[in-house]
Design a protein around this ligand. Structure first.
Ligand code: SF4
Length: 291
């Protein structure tokens, strides 16, 4: 049905449908099932995403490595006090996204979107926007289908794995998926969604994967928070009519190439980047002593 962004756009234009509709049709064809069934399945994913945001804000979570915990609540305190420097939606999106990483790191239930390490960006940002715009479950489910189409293309044409392509592939892809979904939720065309996804990915081109002590906690959690802001700002630019000068497919291809060019030490081995700094190594030694 579609294997890249250009084919996705052509399909949407030919059928006069949204990206989410195109993805639903693909799922129905592939699994020989009905739109209702795939939508119900996606609704369940959305409900799990919502629960993970709620858990982060209501429970006292302790991460396995002890490197993170309580960040979402700290951010929400500032947002509630009205002292946030980045506005209500962004403040909430960042808090929720970082909160989901706390849930993930404490072995709670999350939806890998596209991976566990980048699981905060999509639910956190969409939940913050839903609270502002009061979108219903059906609209949120559609947004996830739109995001899935972008994630699918990136997975097939490049990668969404930090071990293969660095953090650009994980949190970058999650942000790109989110940016596209935001545009569709705001009523924009499929073309605008692809511009938003391209802008988002370009923004993190070359970002390495360097988890401290090899744990998906830091810098992962903060990259989810900033990924949420990346998604919001990229969507804002695309919605304003500012295009990505480089088409989505070419950006994805470039991201894959950059990922393959990264040395092994910067692809989830915890042997480079901030993981290899004196402080990063000290955290690792401290954790080893605890075991
Ligand atoms: S630093 Fe590595 S493990 Fe952490 S979110 Fe990024 S890609 Fe995933």
């Amino acid at each position: 049905m579609f294997g890249n962004g250009q084919e996705l756009l052509a399909f949407c234009q030919k059928e006069n449908i949204s990206i989410s509709d195109a993805m639903i049709r693909r799922e129905c064809d592939l699994f020989e099932t009905t739109a209702d069934e795939v939508q119900q399945c996606m609704l369940r994913q959305w409900q799990v995403m919502e629960s993970s945001v709620e858990d982060a804000l209501s429970k006292n979570l302790t991460s396995m490595g002890g490197l993170i915990g309580g960040e979402a609540k700290k951010l929400m305190k500032r947002q509630k006090e009205g002292t946030s420097v980045c506005g209500d939606i962004t403040a909430k999106a960042v808090a929720y996204s970082m909160g989901v990483l706390e849930v993930n790191a404490s072995m709670g239930v999350i939806v890998a979107a596209p991976t566990a390490g980048s699981s905060g960006i999509l639910p956190g940002t969409l939940k913050a926007l839903q609270e502002k715009y009061h979108w219903n479950d059906s609209q949120m489910t559609d947004a996830l289908f739109c995001a899935s189409a972008i994630g699918l293309i990136i997975s097939e044409k490049a990668t969404v794995a930090g071990a293969e392509g660095g953090c650009q592939a994980e949190t970058g892809s999650a942000a790109a998926m989110t940016a596209a979904a935001i545009c569709e939720l705001m009523g924009a065309t499929p073309e605008i969604s692809l511009h938003a996804a391209a802008i988002c990915l370009k923004n993190v081109m070359g970002q390495v994967c360097d988890p401290i002590a090899g744990l998906v906690e830091a810098p992962c959690q903060k990259r989810n928070g900033i990924g949420a802001a990346n998604a919001l700002i990229s969507a804002e630019m695309a919605l304003a009519g500012i295009p990505s000068l480089i088409p989505f497919d070419e950006v994805v291809e470039a991201m894959g190439h950059v990922g393959r060019s990264l040395p092994e030490s910067l692809r989830e081995t915890a042997l480079g980047g901030v993981a290899a700094t004196p402080t990063g190594c000290a955290y690792k030694d401290k954790l080893r002593q605890k075991i």
